[in-house]
Design a protein around this ligand. Structure first.
Ligand SMILES: C[S@@+](CC[C@H](N)C(=O)[O-])C[C@H]1O[C@@H](n2cnc3c(N)ncnc32)[C@H](O)[C@@H]1O
Length: 272
């Protein structure tokens, strides 16, 4: 997918390498070996708060540089199993929870190709992530990665989303490396997801969860699973695999997939 590498180079890699603060041992003036732990805090930083000489926007950019490529590969792997390029999926709705820099949107666009339409809502707590996400989405559009009718929006709160007229297509929720976030309330999250699905579509819903297989990263998963099942979702996949389809170091990834049938049922006249 040539546009994807171009988008990442122009919006992430070149921004960092051409920054005046970057030197052979630093990114944006920060020692490279401590960016992961100290600047992006393993992906769980407050991405709006400055640290040292770095702004929130710098931290989001460094998140994309350090973590996003791996997540893009993991999500593409999952989407390739869910979607066949060239088939019609009736304009699915994607709700990317803790979207970061448009990660699941980039992966879905790379999987479906520009001939398929989807409707994307990226929800993220931090403005710097939403801003970077919008930049990456605009760049994807500019480099021909999206169908003309594909739309995207970035919001802070899922409850703010106005989905417009109710649709009948698949609603695909993605929670990629969200559940390790310390400020996340799982009950509120699942309640908001169920409400969003009801507001958006009469069609089916799926939830794709990915995370590190490390125990602390997965601590909230049992509650997430329980609450989704209580809300009518079926667990379809729940497994941990060593993920090797990436240029990054292979690591163990926990994948789960939940599915809820369509919200509507055809009313039948009892006398028939
Ligand atoms: C590890 S990053 C994952 C980003 C993206 N999903 C990916 O796979 O690259 C976690 C993301 O969740 C966001 N986040 C943290 N707490 C959140 C919350 N309570 N609600 C929504 N987003 C949150 C962070 O800003 C960050 O973008």
């Amino acid at each position: 997918m040539p546009w994807l590498q171009t988008v990442l180079d122009v919006e992430i890699n070149d921004q960092i390498s051409s920054d005046d603060r970057t030197t052979p041992t630093t990114f944006l003036g920060w020692p490279r070996q401590t960016v992961f732990t100290d600047v992006i805090e393993g992906g769980q930083a407050d991405f709006d708060a400055p640290i040292g000489h770095l702004s929130g926007a710098d931290r989001a950019l460094l998140y994309a540089k350090y973590n996003q490529v791996r997540h893009l590969d993991e999500l593409k792997h999952a989407f390739r199993q869910l979607f066949q390029p060239g088939q019609s999926y009736g304009d699915p709705l994607m709700i990317d929870l803790g979207c970061g820099p448009f990660t699941a949107g980039l992966s879905l666009a790379a999987t479906l190709g520009k001939n398929d339409v989807f409707d994307y809502y990226g929800v993220d707590h931090y403005q710097s992530m939403r801003d970077l996400g919008l930049r990456l989405a605009n760049a994807t559009r500019a480099h021909g990665g999206l169908h003309d009718r594909t739309k995207y929006q970035f919001l802070q709160d899922l409850n703010q989303v106005n989905f417009g007229p109710i649709r009948g297509s698949l609603t695909l929720f993605v929670a990629s490396y969200l559940l390790a976030s310390p400020n996340l309330n799982i009950e509120n999250l699942v309640r908001d997801m169920v409400n969003a699905h009801t507001r958006a579509s009469l069609g089916p819903a799926a939830v794709l969860y990915t995370n590190s297989a490390r125990a602390e990263a997965r601590a909230k998963f049992p509650d997430f699973k329980k609450l989704l099942i209580e809300a009518g979702f079926n667990l379809v996949v729940d497994h941990i695999d060593r993920f090797t389809e990436t240029i990054k170091t292979p690591t163990d990834v926990h994948y789960a997939l939940f599915f809820k049938p369509a919200n509507f049922s055809i009313r039948r006249d009892k006398t028939l």
